[in-house]
Design a protein. Structure first.
Length: 347
């Protein structure tokens, strides 16, 4: 099973194959269909109850420290994330890419019940270049890091990331951190290792690389994508996704964008804004979550639950000023700056 995002064409991520729906001699459905990612932001096993060790139960990742990094027991300085790779100095020698295999880092963890903090050691065991299939703009510079975490109680090392659809346990470094509410926070002291099973790395791989220029504000677009991919409707860190749900994602980036295209039925080479078979419009999105939800989503989702989650943000049908949108045009009635949209197969 593999994941591939090309920006257009029918992609069935859950099946790992490319399928085209031919409707006639000149009618072909094209879309960017991707598996709706799981609930985790970083995808690391350190998050939530998956962390081994009773004293760290329920902890979540806060960030990886730049300070304190070592390689072969020698301190590293000037550690930073340059685009999609870690760079550092050992003495006067610059290091980057595969040269940082074997480096050790410290990660800050946090927990709320009871309030607690902890520090866990990480090590990089392998570094390889990113695959071209996950680089829609062919910008390069991104590396995949196989990372292990030290289990303090047993002094053994275990993989920090679950296996992704390609069977790899790898992460991508991103020059920011995320809090419990799913908010992106710029930091000069910490960075994120986003496992490729989490939405931070998935959105990066879909083409929303925050450091890329020429497409507009990809920092905001990447953050919007993390909300969408987790179905974080309220923008408060509470995911509404169901694992395995297929979604069709597209953005409104100006040329040379969009990066992810809606696709649709083509007649004489002209696309029509129709959803893929079986899919319905779900929502418009921005950095703080869903701008509005479709009638189908309100009716088929736990609408009462959504009201309880964010009563000041989303208003169901039947009430005054409902936040209901069934088309892109209606999304803009609520937010003219809405950045992304999606359709869903299993509303």
């Amino acid at each position: 099973m593999s994941e591939s995002m090309t920006g257009s064409g029918v992609i069935r991520v859950a099946l790992g194959v490319t399928i085209g729906f031919v409707l006639g001699a000149c009618d072909v459905v094209e879309t960017s269909t991707t598996e709706q990612a799981g609930e985790q932001l970083q995808g690391e096993q350190l998050q939530g109850e998956q962390l081994q060790g009773e004293q760290l139960q329920g902890m979540s990742m806060q960030g990886i420290r730049f300070n304190g990094a070592t390689l072969s027991g020698i301190a590293l300085s000037h550690v930073q994330v340059d685009r999609g790779e870690l760079v550092a100095q050992r003495g006067t020698d610059p290091l980057r890419g595969t040269q940082l295999a074997g480096a050790h880092f410290w990660a800050d963890l946090r927990g709320d019940q009871p309030p607690a903090a902890a520090v866990v050691e990480y090590r990089i065991t392998k570094v390889v270049p990113e695959l071209d299939e996950y680089d829609p703009q062919m910008t390069g510079h991104t590396y995949l890091y196989t990372v292990e975490q030290l289990v303090p109680q047993t002094t053994t090392w275990r993989p920090a990331c679950p296996a992704d659809a390609d069977g790899r346990r790898v992460a991508i470094p991103v020059a920011a951190v995320w809090d419990e509410q799913g908010n992106r926070i710029e930091s000069t002291t910490q960075f994120t290792f986003g496992c490729t099973t989490g939405v931070i790395a998935k959105c990066y791989r879909w083409g929303y690389r925050p450091w890329v220029t020429g497409f507009g504000d990809l920092v905001a677009m990447h953050q919007t994508c993390t909300r969408l991919a987790r179905a974080d409707y309220c923008g408060n860190g509470n995911p509404g996704t169901r694992d395995g749900t297929e979604i069709n994602v597209w953005d409104r980036l100006s040329p040379p964008g969009p990066i992810q295209k809606h696709g649709g039925i083509k007649i004489l080479g002209l696309p029509l804004p129709l959803p893929p078979p079986g899919m319905l419009f779900e929502a418009g999105w921005n950095t703080d979550g869903a701008v509005c939800l479709s009638t189908a989503r309100w009716l088929l989702e736990d609408g009462i639950g959504l009201i309880r989650l964010c009563p000041d943000k989303l208003v169901p049908p039947g009430l005054l000023l409902p936040t209901v949108c069934d088309t892109i045009t209606s999304v803009f009635l609520f937010d003219t700056n809405a950045r992304m949209f999606n359709e869903s197969l299993n509303l």
